[in-house]
Write a protein that binds this ligand. Structure first.
Ligand code: 4AD
Ligand code: MG
Length: 460
């Protein structure tokens, strides 16, 4: 029976002496006139399986075709390995070559830069590094669903095409079927969207939150987990134009409950990865980031600091640091400020709360001071903001005023949740790739998603 390399290495001893059937891609081949060794990988694990070819059984001409990158099927006996570096190996009896790879196979043994590999996205997953990242990404996605399912949350599907702008940042990609070279116009010269596909202006969503609130104010506990699109022109190692976001929304939760949930959730995901992807994390730790495992354990085992924005500003002002962007009450914190608080001042993840209302979205609950809102951002080492959330304004009139103040239209469907049986409620958004970035220790968010989209880059 065919087994994956992960299964073979796991079952190891109990399989020795038995016939093994294995398929995969060749990483390397080396040897001499008598014996050739192939390192085979099938993507199930970071580890390779060593296949031994005896040249009395296989003609050299046939083995020459097993080049790096080629795909093969091998049958043979699993035996304890003579050599160092692996405990078992396969003595090949039968070989089938599915596809050879010519000598211009782009992935050679020498290390490649991340930038080079980004241009080879069709082969990037075949490298050790991306295999590890993609398996960790999968495990984290599974952990997200498991965490919420076990707590009684409902996975709630919010639309990707929407007529509202949740964050109000004007960073939406428009969705239209209007002919761009010949747009229908109104008398005043503006575009006549009544002629468009949906009869109104539509965009790709920047967040499922507003629709998620409709779910939470009926089902109680919901979460979304889906693609999110932002047309910000941010060329940073932490921004993508298409990313995945997880947005839980909870009826009857105040901001403290929201913070508790966010902290528990992140710790659960990081622990899950440590437990289920240790070999992959160890590989990334040893090859890229010697402090990775220590940092992950630290986050799991320590309480996050909870701090008000106003206090945070005070710490930054008194830090004596020469920041690139000036610090003052009212400023939207830059990544350097967030990282100072986390990496230098507290040396712990920080949940910063009660931001000035001017720098936050319209839906956040206003505090009694009239100046700040019940926002909470979770700030992480090396990442900066990993979660953004808040308690929501549940008062119909206050919310309506805020919507008017900001000039938002077409929000009656949203206001209805406050009109009919309103409840205190809260939620947050975790950028999935920022979580994967943290857990893998990679430097650039473009390297933790199979097909990154960012300004001027939309390949494949
Ligand atoms: O802080 P943001 O904009 O919050 C919201 O969208 C709320 N509606 C969430 C909620 O309360 N339900 O985004 C949430 C998170 C950020 O903290 C960050 O982790 C991630 O989404 N994020 C991005 N990740 C990658 N690329 C981008 N361009 C991102 N923008 C935000
Ligand atoms: Mg934010």
């Amino acid at each position: 029976m065919r087994k994956t390399i992960k299964e073979i290495l796991k079952e190891g001893d109990s399989l020795t002496g038995k016939k093994i059937d294995v398929k995969g891609w060749v990483r390397t081949r080396r040897g001499n006139k008598n014996v050739q060794f192939v390192a085979l990988n099938d993507g199930s694990t970071i580890h390779n399986l060593q296949i031994v070819f005896d040249l009395t059984k296989f003609p050299e001409d046939e083995l020459k075709n097993i080049t790096t990158g080629s795909s093969i099927h091998v049958k043979g006996d699993l035996v304890a390995s003579q050599g160092a570096g692996q405990s078992v190996e396969v003595l090949a009896d039968e070989l089938e070559i599915y596809g050879t790879a010519p000598a211009d196979y782009p992935l050679q043994k020498k290390g490649h830069t991340m930038e080079f590999l980004r241009e080879k996205a069709h082969l990037r997953p075949r490298t050790n590094t991306f295999g590890a990242i993609l398996r960790i990404r999968h495990a984290l996605a599974y952990a997200v669903h498991k965490f919420f399912n076990d707590k009684g949350f409902n996975y709630f599907h919010t639309p990707l095409i929407t007529a509202s702008d949740c964050e109000g940042a004007g960073a939406q990609f428009q969705v239209t079927t209007l002919p761009l070279q010949d747009l229908p116009k109104n008398e005043d010269g503006s575009v006549d969207y009544s002629k468009d596909f949906f009869g109104k202006m539509a965009s790709l969503t920047v967040s499922g939150q507003l629709e998620g609130e409709l779910g939470a104010t009926a089902l109680g506990l919901i979460y979304t987990f889906g693609p999110t699109f932002r047309a910000e022109n941010s060329n940073t190692p932490r921004h993508l134009s298409e990313f995945w976001m997880i947005e839980p929304e909870m009826a009857f939760y105040e901001i403290e409950d929201n913070m508790d949930l966010a902290e528990e959730f992140i710790k659960y995901c990081v622990s899950y990865a440590l437990e289920h992807c240790y070999d992959d994390i160890k590989f990334l730790n040893d090859h890229f980031d010697k402090d990775l495992i220590e940092r992950l354990n630290f986050v799991v085992n320590n309480d996050f600091v909870r701090l008000g924005y106003t206090e945070g500003i005070k710490i930054l002002e008194e830090s004596g640091k020469n920041f690139e962007f000036p610090v003052y009450w009212g400023v939207d914190l830059a990544s350097e400020h967030e990282r100072y608080l986390v990496e230098e001042h507290f040396k712990k993840p920080v949940i910063l709360t009660d931001y000035p209302k001017e720098i936050k979205a319209f839906y956040m609950k206003l505090n009694d001071d009239g100046k700040t809102v019940r926002a909470m951002d979770v700030l992480f080492p090396k990442i900066g903001e990993i979660i953004g959330g808040s308690q929501r304004e549940e008062d119909y009139e206050k919310l309506q005023n805020r919507i008017k103040e900001m000039g938002l239209e077409g929000m009656d469907w949203y206001l209805d949740t406050r009109k009919y049986g309103t409840v205190p409620h809260s939620g947050f958004g975790l950028g999935f790739e920022r979580l994967v970035l943290f857990v893998t220790g990679m430097q650039n968010i473009r390297d933790v998603i199979p097909f990154p989209r960012y300004p001027k880059a939309c390949e494949y």
